[in-house]
Design a protein around this ligand. Structure first.
Ligand code: ATP
Ligand code: MG
Length: 231
């Protein structure tokens, strides 16, 4: 009998996408033996006071460039085409309806900083029934404090590993990975300050940002400074 397909989803604002995102996706894929990870920019992130700086079209373009040549990752536009805020529960329902996959085959990947806010997410705790959640450490946000921070969810938490996730009931899989200490906020700050971002993003993403003057204000390609629209 063939094993059921297992697909990861990494959602985010990706303003811009950086090495921490790509390493998070590839670490989860490797540890959980996923067939692939869909990298999915949100249209309107619900958990933010400020809207993204780059348009959704630029954020999708950068996401495609960042995963280019990495066979197990793919960029998806399903959030960008959907109306309204990008609530994870709606994304997971859309993804399930499109693919026909069961909750036990879908692995929603988040950093530990984002997951720490899970109790504020739209339709919590129902959202946790629609996929396994894979929570990945990032510098300053270890996964080992999550049992204490979220005691009502502790019984569902397991260390991530290929064996742990062969479960029909949705789990919260904790993955202690060495992801680089990089954030989109810091990248935007560096660009405003004229500092290099060469080590922090894929070369094609750095080129796209420079060509379109995305965060520093000056566009080299004035006629194309919005790819398709304003938002
Ligand atoms: P910002 O500073 O604008 O919030 P960010 O770097 O946190 O940007 P997001 O788009 O907010 O990037 O993150 C998308 C997802 O990726 C979140 O679940 C976040 O926790 C996770 N993530 C981002 N950077 C890392 C990293 N270095 N290691 C692990 N997870 C990360
Ligand atoms: Mg963030």
């Amino acid at each position: 009998m063939t094993e059921a397909v297992r697909i990861g989803i990494l959602g985010g604002t990706f303003d811009p996408i950086h090495r921490g995102h790509v390493d998070t996706a590839t670490a989860a894929r490797a540890v959980l033996s996923l067939d692939g990870v869909i990298v999915l920019p949100s249209r309107v992130p619900p958990h933010r006071a400020d809207p993204p700086i780059a348009s959704r079209y630029h954020r999708f373009a950068m996401t495609s460039l960042a995963v280019n040549g990495i066979a197990e990752l793919a960029a998806s536009d399903i959030e960008l085409c959907a109306p309204g805020p990008s609530y994870t529960i709606d994304t997971l329902i859309r993804f399930r309806d499109r693919t026909g996959l069961a909750a036990s085959q879908i692995f929603f990947i988040t950093g530990a900083d984002a997951f720490a806010e899970i109790e504020t997410w739209h339709r919590f705790p129902e959202v946790l029934e629609l996929a396994h959640f894979v929570v990945v450490s990032r510098p300053g946000f270890p996964v080992d404090g999550l049992h204490r921070a979220l005691p009502s969810l502790a019984a569902r938490m397991r260390p991530a590993g290929a064996g742990a996730a062969r479960s029909d009931s949705p789990l919260i899989l904790l993955l202690d990975a060495r992801t680089p200490d990089v954030s989109s906020t810091d990248i935007r700050r560096r660009l405003r300050a004229g500092e290099s971002i060469a080590e922090l993003v894929a070369p094609a993403v750095a080129t796209h940002i420079a060509q379109h003057g995305l965060y520093a204000g000056a566009s080299l390609v004035t006629t194309a400074d919005h790819l398709h629209g304003q938002d």
